[in-house]
Design a protein around this ligand. Structure first.
Ligand code: PLP
Length: 323
């Protein structure tokens, strides 16, 4: 059972929802979606797991204040702001961009939950991991626990290994392949360290040129003192043009998938996972008989304010969709 001491997290396993697409039947595979997005109303999917041990460490070391970094639509900062509020920790979000961004739904929530927003230009943001920037932040905001962008780091890997505990009882035993969207790769790295032997992992990077993640994930594991169990791979062609980019086909796919299954996906992560996975199925990349679990890592808060863009893009799409 997941055991996260935050209001609204029940400790019950996530729902494992069968996906009954014609495509999967034709390929002779069984595919289900692990609904981490349903575990908490505000703290998005995998961010719950990434933050758990960071916040535990911060609390037990006596910190009252946590700083982290993100973009203007960051699921991570959104989750951190909420968690900070319910745990009684002060939170500071260092945001790449201009103060005008504070008006978007993501950062408005964060500010409503008490997060102080600190906007920095791209150059400063790029140096955020350096000791100089850490010192400057401590000068300005006082003593604080610093969480890397996206909640990366050893505590995140430890927490993400517990995603396996969110499978309903017995479900993991028959699962041959687990697929998930990959940003920083911390979630995948945590699963790599914790995976049962029979369960291979396939990550779908949402950024262009994601092959650096092979080395990066290996070094995240080393840094956390965890073994690289091998048995994992990246599917590098699912990025749709790069981080945050929404191709016409992706916009159309999100809509068609929701019509077909009733399930809402986000364009940055989970939409690319499902589209990329389905293309792989079409090309014969998944052996008949495989039981697959795809992880819905959440991120739906980021959809707010995107409706018009998504509508315009899907209306312009002409072609077939893998469903
Ligand atoms: C952050 C995020 C991811 C990626 O997690 P990483 O650990 O950075 O790879 C995937 N899906 C959603 C919805 C996210 O918010």
């Amino acid at each position: 059972m997941i055991n996260i001491p935050w209001p609204g997290v029940s400790g019950a396993p996530a729902r494992l929802q069968p996906l009954l697409l014609p495509l999967y039947r034709q390929a002779g595979i069984e595919v289900s979606l692990l609904r981490l997005d349903e575990l908490h109303s505000q703290v998005s999917g995998n961010k719950l797991f990434k933050l758990k041990y960071h916040l535990e460490q911060a609390m037990s070391a006596g910190y009252r204040r946590v700083i982290s970094f993100g973009g203007a639509f960051s699921n991570h900062l959104h989750a951190l702001a909420f968690a900070g509020r319910v745990m009684g920790l002060e939170t500071i979000g260092v945001v790449r961009g201009e103060p005008g961004y504070a008006d978007n739904p993501t950062l408005r929530d964060a500010a409503d939950w008490g997060m102080r927003l600190h906007f920095v230009d791209r150059r400063t943001y790029r140096c955020k991991q350096t000791p100089e920037v850490a010192d400057r932040l401590r000068d300005r905001f006082g003593d604080c626990y610093i969480i890397a962008e996206g909640g990366a780091g050893p505590p995140a890997l430890q927490g993400c290994g517990e995603i396996f505990d969110a499978f309903p009882a017995g479900a993991l035993a028959g699962t041959g392949l687990v697929g998930l969207a990959v940003g920083t790769g911390s979630t995948l790295a945590g699963l790599v360290a914790a995976r049962p032997e029979h369960c291979r992992l396939l990550g779908f990077p949402v950024l262009r040129g994601g092959d650096f993640l092979y080395r990066d994930i290996a070094s995240q594991l080393r840094e956390a003192g965890l073994a690289d169990s091998a048995g994992w791979q990246l599917q590098l062609d699912a990025h749709e043009g790069g981080y945050g980019r929404v191709s016409l086909q992706l916009a159309a796919f999100l809509h068609a998938f929701e019509q077909e299954t009733g399930i809402c996906l986000d364009p940055v992560y989970t939409g690319k996972l499902l589209l990329g996975f389905n293309r792989l199925v079409v090309s014969g990349g998944i052996a008949a008989g495989t039981r697959v679990v795809l992880i819905h890592t959440g991120g739906l808060q980021g959809l707010r304010g995107m409706a018009k863009t998504l509508y315009d893009r899907r209306s312009a799409f002409r072609g077939a969709l893998p469903l």
